[in-house]
Structures are given as structure tokens and as C-alpha cells.
Design a binder for this molecule. Structure first.
Ligand code: AMP
Length: 277
């Protein structure tokens, strides 16, 4: 049975009971508007943990754009149906005041890996993410946390966070789930109008070609990729960059794994994607 829990005290009481039995607890933090990408995380958690908590919280602190926060889809009933289907134990869906009560004054800020790319373009975003994830780990007392590679830089920020603060949660990074045409699933895709939705897969397609070109030694691969994305009908490309896969610093040589990461605007929606190179 899947329980919906709204308060930290109720959540803690349940988790304490599980821990007494020795159950391994997994947590899947989400902002709701669930799709197959989120469900794949919940299924991975179910396969590896005796107990699974999926959190649904549209975290105001990680939105640098108030309009994006206002327009963020909220579909809790449909989300709960999907999670019942997966068989998760608890949906933790707190109100903002439960997470950030009056007087809340702490920010968790990761330097280094959180600074380039999304960190530079969305000021305060990763502070909001790191703060809420640290809190969710404290609230849920989970042993394992499941995150998508779709948000690659976020995954590296969270790995850094738990290492630096000795948070005893094992971080699991799960593969990006895509639509049949290659578009990475995202809650924001629902806001793309039909014509834009047809253009959207061009980002992944161009990135896939660019990754092959980089491997073949083509020094103009990233410029070509940006031009292709633009020509396909995207409004603008914020970045298409090759980086060290774990530090997100400059890609130096081929001794360390590299990642191709991109952000581009289409139909007023900001889409991000990343692939290994
Ligand atoms: P969000 O609700 O967008 O904050 O995402 C919650 C979690 O789901 C994050 O760890 C995301 O990386 C992950 N996620 C979102 N989209 C996908 C996807 N297409 N494939 C895999 N994981 C995803």
C-alpha cells in the first residue's frame, strides 16, 4: 500500500519502524509531473531497497525564474496513481511551510562542480537543489538516493555534497529515459506546442552526431552541433560543451571520461540534455 505523507514527524515515525527491522530505505526526490524517467528511478529503488520513498516537492528555492515556478506542472493525483502502480511505500509531499518554516536560514552551497554551465546560467539554482536534497536526506534518513543522469551536473553536485558533508546516503545515477524519437523525457516537454515538439528531438540527434565527430577528432564538432540545432528551429542555444564528466571542468585529453552537455531554448521552454563521449 502506498501512503501519502505530508509531515516530517509522520515520515520519521514510519522510517524508524522500517529501520528497526533492518530495511534498506531508498529515496527518489522529484518535483512531480511524473513521467517514465521518474518511474524508472522508482523502479530501480524498488529493485534495490526494501522500502521506497518518492518525494514530490516543487522546490521554490531552485527556481531562478519566478515564471517557470508558477508554470511548473502540478499533477499530484495522477502522480500518486503512477507511484501506486510501481508499488512505492510512501509519497512524501510536504507543503512549502513544512520544508521551509518561518525562520529558515541555512543554505547549502557547493562550489567547483556547481559553478559552470547550469550554475552560471541559473544563479542560485544549485544552492536550492543542494539545500533541499540535504534536507530530504535528513528528513527521510534514506540509505540510498536515486537521481537521473538527465540532470548530469546536478548528479555530480549531489555526489560532491554527500562526500563533503559525510551524508551517509549512497547516490545512484540512473540512465536518461527518452521518447521514441530521442527527446529526453522532462516534465517541461508537456508545455511544448505541437510544432515545437516535432523540432525538439533535433537536439539529441545533433548531439549524437557531435559526439561521434568529437571522437573522430573534428575540432569544429561543437560549432556544427549548435548550428544544426539552430537550423532545426530552436530559438537559441545557451551552450553545447564538452566537459570532464565528473568535475564539469574543461575537457582535458581522453584519460578521463568526457560528457557533452547542452541547453537550448525552444518555444519558450529551456531544454537540457547530455550524453557520454
Ligand atoms: P525533477 O522532477 O525534474 O526534479 O526530476 C527528478 C529526478 O528525475 C531527477 O533525479 C532527474 O534527473 C530525474 N529525471 C528527470 N527526467 C529524467 C529522464 N528523462 N530520465 C531519467 N531520469 C530523469
Amino acid at each position: 500500500m502506498t501512503q501519502i505523507v505530508r509531515t516530517v514527524s509522520e515520515l520519521r515515525a514510519l522510517v524508524r519502524g522500517w529501520k528497526v527491522q533492518g530495511d534498506v530505505v531508498g529515496v527518489v526526490p522529484t518535483m512531480g509531473a511524473l513521467h517514465e524517467g521518474h518511474l524508472s528511478l522508482a523502479r530501480a529503488a524498488k529493485a534495490e531497497c526494501e522500502r521506497v520513498i518518492v518525494t514530490i516537492f516543487v522546490n521554490p528555492k531552485q527556481f531562478n525564474n519566478p515564471d517557470d515556478l508558477k508554470k511548473y506542472p502540478r499533477t499530484e493525483e495522477a502522480d500518486a496513481d503512477l507511484l501506486r502502480g510501481v508499488g512505492v511505500d510512501v509519497i512524501f509531499a510536504p507543503a512549502p511551510e513544512e520544508v521551509y518554516p518561518t525562520g529558515f536560514a541555512t543554505t547549502v552551497s557547493v562550489a567547483g562542480v556547481a559553478q559552470p554551465l547550469e550554475g552560471a546560467l541559473r544563479p542560485g539554482h544549485f544552492d536550492g537543489v543542494a539545500t533541499v536534497v540535504a534536507k530530504l536526506f535528513g528528513m527521510t534518513m534514506a540509505d540510498r538516493g536515486y537521481f537521473g543522469q538527465k540532470d548530469w551536473q546536478q548528479l555530480q553536485v549531489i555526489k560532491r555534497l554527500v562526500r563533503d558533508l559525510n551524508i551517509p546516503v549512497w547516490i545512484v545515477g540512473c540512465e536518461t529515459i527518452r521518447e521514441a524519437d530521442g527527446l529526453a523525457m522532462s516534465s517541461r516537454n508537456a508545455r511544448l506546442r505541437d510544432a515545437a515538439r516535432r523540432v525538439a528531438p533535433a537536439l539529441y540527434a545533433a548531439m549524437t552526431r557531435a559526439a561521434l565527430a568529437v571522437r573522430a577528432g573534428d575540432s569544429g564538432a561543437l560549432e556544427t552541433c549548435a548550428a544544426e540545432v539552430q537550423a532545426a528551429g530552436f530559438d537559441s542555444v545557451e551552450y553545447i560543451e564538452l566537459r570532464d564528466a565528473s568535475t564539469l571542468g574543461p575537457a582535458e585529453g581522453r584519460e578521463r571520461p568526457l560528457r557533452l552537455l547542452a541547453a537550448a531554448w525552444l518555444d519558450g521552454i529551456r531544454l537540457i540534455d547530455n550524453i557520454p563521449v
